[in-house]
Each structure stands twice: as C-alpha cells, then as structure tokens.
Design a protein. Structure first.
Length: 268
C-alpha cells in the first residue's frame, strides 16, 4: 500500500521583507511555511501570504518555539542585527538564547540557514571570499562573527549566508544618495544582492543535497561606488551623487568562490 509523502515544512524566524520573499519561493514548490513576526500587522501580513504565523520576538519564551519547531525540515533565521537600535551585547544574548532553544528542541535532522551579513568583513582591504582570513577590527564585525559561531556550533547541518547590501522593492540606495555631494568611499566596491536573488538563494540552500558552512550572497561584479551610482542615477534619470575619491584603487571587493546564478539586475 502506497503512502502520500508528508508535506515539507520550512520555518522562518524573522519573516519580514526578505523572509516573505523567501517564503514565496517555497510555497511555489508546495512547501508549508511557518513564519514568525512581532507585531499584529506583521502577523496578519504573513497569513495574507499563506504563511502560518507565529508571534515571536528574539529572546522570547521557549514555549513559543516548541510548536514552531515541530516537524521542520528546514529552519531559516533571518533576524536583522539592528545594531543601531540595540547593543551588540543584547543581540548576542538573544541569539545565544535562541541557539540554546534550538539545541534543546529542534530535530537534529533539520537543516539551518542563518542569514548573516558581509558586514562581518573588514571595512577595507580584500578582496574577501568565504575562504578568506582576516582580523576582527570593529565591534560590528566582531558581533556578527560571534553570532555566526553560535549557529555553526549547533549539531544540525548549518550554513551561514552572508548577504551583501539588499536592494529591491522599495529599497534603492540611489534614491537617498541622489543630489548628495562631497561623499567619501567612492572607490569602494559596490557589494549588493537583489531581494529576489537572495530569496532564490535561500531556496537553493534549503533544497540542495549538501551546503557549505559559509556562503557569500553577492552579485558578481567589480565596480566602484562612485562609478556605479553615477550610472544608476543616469539610468533612473536622477541627479548623480558626487564622490570625492572615486579615482583611488578598488577596495573591499567581496565575492563568492562558489558559482551562483543570478536573475535580477541589481547592478547597472
């Protein structure tokens, strides 16, 4: 007698702008998606997108996550660090509690994808790939690195996805940069990824046979900010921002040594 295969389930902690985009990738493939959010309006939005909504705030009670973790094949943690709104110490404290909850309650067979940031790399130097070594010279990069290690130390198979600057719907840096003058950092590389490419990348990592311990999610390009945003402004018919140091050598280029396919044109 044949049995129908049980529906695969993914849970997304921090199911916001990126999380919902990722959820839609899984929903298209008939996965069931659970998502957590803090506010009533955010929870309602999840339900409107066919996502089973769970109220949860980072650092919250263990009981809340018990039912959320149940039967998960994949767990995505997409909680922005928000280091401008909270201290790095609080961020790590809350993530440490989450990692302990995962260790105690999440099935060992569940794969974990932890969304981190290319902000873990130094503010200069490079180029940097997943295999680079560097010194942690800033508080921000130190906090991000420690957060990554919390999840890499778990018994579950874990991949840390270091996303570059996210662009996409309602997020276009040139809008705020337009008309600005005397800007610095025009020689630094533009390290970006489109929201929908990041979502597709999360689906790929969630369904591939194996995953690397770290992966840089960044569009493959080598272009300076000063040049890039001038071209972007021209394309969108906006006044271009003016950088003072675009003529310096390219700095802080971030790339992936793993071949990735991209669909959306975030660069020019």
């Amino acid at each position: 007698m044949s049995h129908l295969r049980q529906q695969k389930i993914v849970g997304i902690i921090g199911c916001g702008w990126l999380g919902i985009a990722a959820a839609k990738q899984f929903l298209k493939k008939k996965w069931k998606v659970k998502g957590s959010a803090r506010s009533e309006s955010a929870l309602k939005r999840l339900e409107q997108n066919s996502i089973s909504a769970f109220p949860y705030e980072l650092g919250g009670a263990t009981e809340t996550l018990a039912s959320f973790f149940r039967a998960l094949e994949l767990l995505i943690i997409a909680v922005p660090p928000g280091l401008r709104q909270q201290s790095g110490t609080d961020y790590l404290k809350n993530l440490s509690l989450l990692s302990e909850q995962i260790k105690a309650q999440l099935p060992k067979t569940t794969r974990i994808l932890f969304v981190s940031s290319t902000g873990v790399y130094p503010n200069s130097g490079g180029p940097y790939s997943e295999n680079s070594t560097w010194q942690l010279r800033s508080e921000k990069s130190s906090y991000l690195w420690q957060a990554e290690q919390l999840f890499q130390s778990l018994p579950q198979e874990t991949c840390v996805l270091r996303l570059a600057g996210l662009v996409g719907e309602n997020r276009e840096p040139i809008i705020s940069l337009s008309k600005r003058e005397h800007l610095e950092g025009g020689y630094q590389a533009v390290n970006l990824i489109h929201q929908l490419d990041a979502a597709r990348l999360l689906y790929y990592l969630g369904t591939s046979e194996t995953v690397p311990p770290f992966l840089n999610g960044v569009f493959p390009q080598k272009i300076k900010k000063g040049i890039f945003y001038k071209k972007k402004a021209l394309k969108l018919q906006l006044p271009a921002p003016k950088y003072t140091d675009t003529d310096k050598d390219l700095d802080r280029h971030i790339f992936s040594e793993i071949a990735l396919a991209f669909t959306y044109d975030n660069p020019v």
